[in-house]
Design a protein around this ligand. Structure first.
Ligand SMILES: [Zn+2]
Length: 249
């Protein structure tokens, strides 16, 4: 029996990279994956999935009113579909998540959804909430805060790098508007209205970075040692040295 999978994460954990690797693995075996991306995400043009490390693919653009089940059934009739891959699944409507369940249950096609768990206020997106409620399989793709802890929150920052507390839930404006953080630093940033610039030196090499061009918030770094797109990323960075903590006891 096919399942609905939800791979959730904070920003910049490499969700699109993992999706595109899964797509490649299916195609390599001569099977046909069907890729979708909500039309709300137009960062890379409509109908396209692009990862920050340079992988990209065409995808079917899905508007909020589109019926996912009808679309997949039509494609499946033309030529068998081995799996459905959905990027930015937090933007799905509740109806579309139930349609995804129908694809698994009646067409027997696995549906792999990749998306953010929460928005910049720490609230669930509709798509994520529905997936957390009804998906068969939940997996977290891990990334880290600048302090080395797992990042679970997404801080929105303005152009000056200040933390944003209010605003529309959906504001697709590029990854640089968001910083993945652990809950502790997310809360601290919201209280302070900005990040502790010097208290938390970024512990990882960051190509092209200089003191002058560094953003006010250190960027999160996905851990990409994992060989299989289906395996979880390691929970801790695999460095020989323990990560420096921002506040020594
Ligand atoms: Zn932290």
């Amino acid at each position: 029996m096919a399942k609905v999978y939800f791979y959730y994460a904070a920003m910049n954990a490499g969700k699109s990279t993992v999706l595109l690797q899964a797509s490649y693995n299916y195609r390599e075996r001569g099977m046909r994956p069907l890729l979708f991306t909500p039309s709300i995400d137009t960062r890379y043009g409509t109908g396209r999935i692009e990862s920050r490390i340079g992988l990209r693919s065409g995808a079917i653009s899905l508007a909020p009113g589109d019926n996912l089940l009808t679309r997949v059934r039509g494609e499946h009739t033309d030529k068998p579909v081995a799996c459905v891959l959905i990027d930015e699944a937090q933007f799905l409507t509740a109806e579309q998540v139930w349609q995804a369940a129908e694809i698994a249950d009646t067409l027997d096609i696995p549906v792999l959804c990749y998306g953010l768990r929460t928005d910049f206020r720490g609230k669930l997106f509709t798509g994520s909430a529905t997936l957390l409620a009804i998906a068969d399989d939940l997996s977290e793709l891990k990334t880290i805060c600048h302090c080395g802890r797992k990042a679970t929150m997404n801080l929105r920052v303005d152009k000056a790098g200040r933390a944003v507390r209010e605003g529309a839930q959906i504001e697709v404006g590029g990854n640089d508007r968001y910083v993945a953080m652990c809950r502790r630093h997310f809360k601290a940033a919201l209280v302070a209205g900005s990040a502790p610039h010097s208290a938390s030196p970024f512990p990882f090499p960051y190509p092209g970075s200089t003191a002058a061009s560094n953003p006010p918030f250190p960027r999160s770094t996905p851990m990409t040692q994992s060989a299989s797109p289906f395996s979880a990323f390691p929970a801790k960075p695999q460095s020989a040295q323990p990560l420096p903590k921002p506040h020594a006891p």
